[in-house]
Ligand binder design. Structure first.
Ligand SMILES: *[C@@H]1O[C@H](CO)[C@@H](O)[C@H](O)[C@H]1NC(C)=O
Length: 445
């Protein structure tokens, strides 16, 4: 380890792997280490042995669950928005060639004690039980307004500049009912709680447009998912980095980040020191330089059947908006199955998650458990969501944020772009290298 690296990256979470891929492509000399013997860090996809090692140390997985290699269980469930930033990064870097994607078959929302499908087309919207006839007309006007809104053209504003008008006022203007507002804000704009109502409407408009354009691309839902689990994503970017000369070391103890004059100069592993100019890491490698901002509970449930009342489909996102349970934060259920090569054929995975609000987090998930039908087994994890206290420009230590409670990768990509800019001093420019048709052909599994 005599050479001086431009960047040493610690932890193989998706954020870290995207960054080491991008920086390697830029010509930087990158060394990437992880203390685990697998990729993905806190957001890995585990096989059965690894799952039991983590949650039931000393216990073997029962033979009834099937073979080790049939399982790729995500520790943190997230889906990719078909028109979102992660897809742009994947196509920009050509990492799509290492992966295969499949659609998530449907998106559902919990309303008044029942599960309803989020309409995927005009036809479905007309038949949807989510709104009455008159409310459907009002909602149609609202959606037309959002779709046609152009900041540069005040004629499209209906007198409400969305960069200053609170979202609450826009709902009021269109006379939408409370249940519709819940649905739009949480099932389409994917807000986790209601503070957005008092923020400028533009943020929510952009989220609705992202949802709708993602939906329009593939049909059944706005979400894509990689075959063999989310752990494939960091590995894809690791391969990219390796092609451009990046060095990867798994199962490598990281003992110390070394500083001189307040700046990072290297990383020590045992008696070896690797020198570098900058370090990028996840919060677990720099615990004294991060703060806890929230706690998330995630419960991995094994089922023997699809989630009831979701038309028997192989994969689902189901959102329980906070208002429906008198909570502050939504509960998300992400379900995938052997159709995505993540579990044995007769099983289904449903991962339930939310931001912890009480001292008895598992009780908070009860209403979600009730929707799942019989649960064969569950593995519960409560984790801190951490953020760096400094931006890294002073000491050249750049720390990523923990994966948050959102159900997609948009905030992960924000963090990637933000760290990229701080590390390199310039913006990440994603050129759209392929046409939409080529991209669709590439990504269609
Ligand atoms: C499952 O994980 C363990 C521990 O990392 C590993 O040794 C084993 O090879 C994996 N099994 C399969 C089938 O990939």
């Amino acid at each position: 380890m005599d050479e001086v690296y431009d960047v040493i990256v610690l932890g193989t979470g998706l954020t870290e792997c995207i960054l080491s891929g991008l920086l390697s492509v830029d010509g930087k000399k990158v060394l990437h280490m992880d203390r685990n013997d697998y990729y993905g860090g806190d957001s890995a996809s585990l096989n059965l042995t690894q799952l039991y090692r983590k949650f039931r140390p000393g216990t073997e997985a029962p033979a009834t669950l099937g073979r080790d290699r049939d399982y790729n269980v995500d520790l943190i469930p997230k889906f990719m928005m078909a028109n979102g930033e992660l897809v742009k990064i994947l196509t920009h870097t050509d990492v799509t060639r290492y992966l295969e994607f499949k659609q998530i078959s449907g998106s559902f929302v919990y309303r008044d004690g029942r599960i309803a499908k989020v309409p995927a087309s005009e036809m479905e919207a007309v038949r949807s039980p989510l709104m009455g006839l008159f409310e459907k007309r009002r909602a149609k006007k609202f959606f037309e307004h959002v779709q046609n809104y152009r900041q540069a053209n005040p004629a499209t504003h209906a007198g409400m500049d969305a960069t200053i008008t609170p979202m609450r006022n826009v709902y009021q203007y269109f006379g939408l009912e409370a249940g519709t507002i819940d649905f739009v804000g949480h099932a389409l704009a994917l807000h986790l709680e209601d503070s957005y109502l008092d923020r400028p409407a533009k943020e929510t408009f952009d989220r609705i447009v992202l949802y709708m354009s993602s939906m329009a691309r593939w049909g059944k839902s706005p979400y894509l998912y990689p075959l063999y689990g989310l752990g494939e994503l960091p590995q894809g970017f690791a391969r990219l980095s390796a092609i451009y000369g990046g060095t990867y070391m798994l199962d490598k103890k990281v003992d110390e980040i070394i500083y001189e004059d307040g700046k990072v100069v290297g990383v020590r592993s045992g008696d070896e020191v690797a020198k570098c100019k900058q370090v990028i890491c996840d919060p677990s490698y720099a615990p004294s330089k991060v703060q806890k901002v929230a706690q998330v509970i995630r419960s991995i449930c094994l089922l023997k059947a699809p989630i009831p009342n979701t038309d028997g489909i192989d994969s689902v996102q189901l959102i329980i908006p906070q208002n429906q349970l008198k909570r502050h934060n939504d509960i998300y259920i992400a379900s995938v199955s052997s159709a995505h090569n993540v579990c044995e054929k007769s099983h289904y995975l449903a991962i339930v998650s939310t931001i912890v609000e009480t001292s008895t987090p598992e009780l908070e998930l009860e209403p979600a458990y009730k929707l799942l039908g019989p649960i064969v087994d569950k593995f519960v994890d409560i984790v801190d969501i951490c953020e760096p206290v400094e931006d890294g420009t002073k000491d050249e230590l750049y720390i990523s944020k923990s994966f948050d409670a959102t159900s997609h990768f948009e905030t992960v990509c924000d963090d990637v772009k933000d760290i990229y800019k701080r590390v390199t001093g310039h913006e990440l420019i994603l050129k759209q290298r392929t046409t939409q048709e080529q991209e669709q052909a590439e990504m269609a599994a």
